[in-house]
Design a binder for this molecule. Structure first.
Ligand SMILES: [Zn+2]
Length: 287
């Protein structure tokens, strides 16, 4: 049951809406969990979410900012403009049976929702529908804009939403993430992130008969990783890196290795506007 004490009639109405639809909200979260679609491939997920929002009275634009699985669903008009963020991508190799505390894949090696983005998506769609019902009942002014952001794990979609001006008129932005505590933060939290992949190319050679002819791309990856780790201590921003793609054979120097990185791009200090971010990053490549 949600807390309704001293909430006022509008919030109490919205809480009641959520309570009455709790089973459906859980079903939405469970459906997205079992879709388990990787970033940029969330087709079934986005279809279900947009259909629900459309049935609930939102106007849906699909494929915004060049992303096939992105969307914006709008209700109302005028001020204030409230952005409600959703994300719904699964993680690679995270297939996991529900309700089991130890690692136990549904399908070995398949993607899964261990990051909990299925919950992030379901609660925000539910919250948007509840707020919309309350706005209609009590004649509240303003606009709700539900943003469906693909591939959150690759940090890829929201910078493009910013670039294309989708947040220029937004007054407040609500972002959820499942976590270990039941709490809410406000203000400038989280960070503006971008990600990049670096691929190092080497030269393949037989590791036993002619190792001196080889150039192992892994050496470059390791040097970059170590350099990054040392540099991180003195950076103002958060940064992390992960390595992808393993050796092809123990007896040869692999010719290519991949290093994925996540880098904070923008120092965010008040006063801060989305339009200023766009000015800082005007030449972002088109997808
Ligand atoms: Zn996440």
């Amino acid at each position: 049951m949600t807390q309704t004490q001293d909430a006022g009639p509008e919030k109490s109405f919205a809480f009641d809406f959520l309570d009455r639809n709790a089973a459906e909200i859980a079903l939405l979260g469970d459906s997205i969990f079992y879709f388990g679609e990787l970033g940029m491939q969330e087709f079934e997920t986005a279809k279900l979410m947009t259909e629900l929002l459309e049935e609930g009275g939102f106007t849906v634009e699909r494929g915004i900012a060049g992303f096939p699985t992105a969307f914006r669903a709008t209700f109302g008009s005028g001020s204030p403009v409230i952005a409600i963020h959703t994300e719904y991508d699964a993680n690679p190799d995270n297939s996991q049976k529900a309700g089991v505390t130890g690692p136990e894949a549904i399908v070995e090696g398949a993607p899964g929702h261990c990051e909990g983005h299925n919950v992030n998506a379901a609660v925000m769609v539910a919250g948007a529908l509840a707020a919309k019902e309350a706005m209609q009942k009590f004649g509240l002014k303003g606009a709700l804009k539900v943003f469906g952001a693909p591939a959150e794990e690759q940090l890829v979609s929201r910078p493009y939403f910013v670039r294309d001006g989708y947040f220029d008129d937004v007054d407040v932005s609500l972002t959820p993430h499942i976590g270990a505590q039941f709490n809410v933060g406000y203000g400038l939290i989280q960070s503006a992130l971008i990600s990049a992949y670096f691929t190092f190319h080497g030269e393949t050679a037989h590791a036993a008969s002619a190792p001196w002819k080889g150039r192992d791309a892994l050496d470059a990856v390791i040097l970059m990783d170590v350099g990054m780790a040392e540099h991180r201590e003195h950076m103002m921003y958060r940064a992390s890196a992960s390595l992808r793609k393993a050796a092809t054979s123990q007896m040869s120097s692999p010719s290519a290795r991949r290093c994925g990185g996540i880098f904070v791009a923008l120092p965010l200090r008040p006063p801060w506007r989305f339009s200023s971010v766009r000015r800082k990053w005007p030449k972002a490549p088109r997808l």
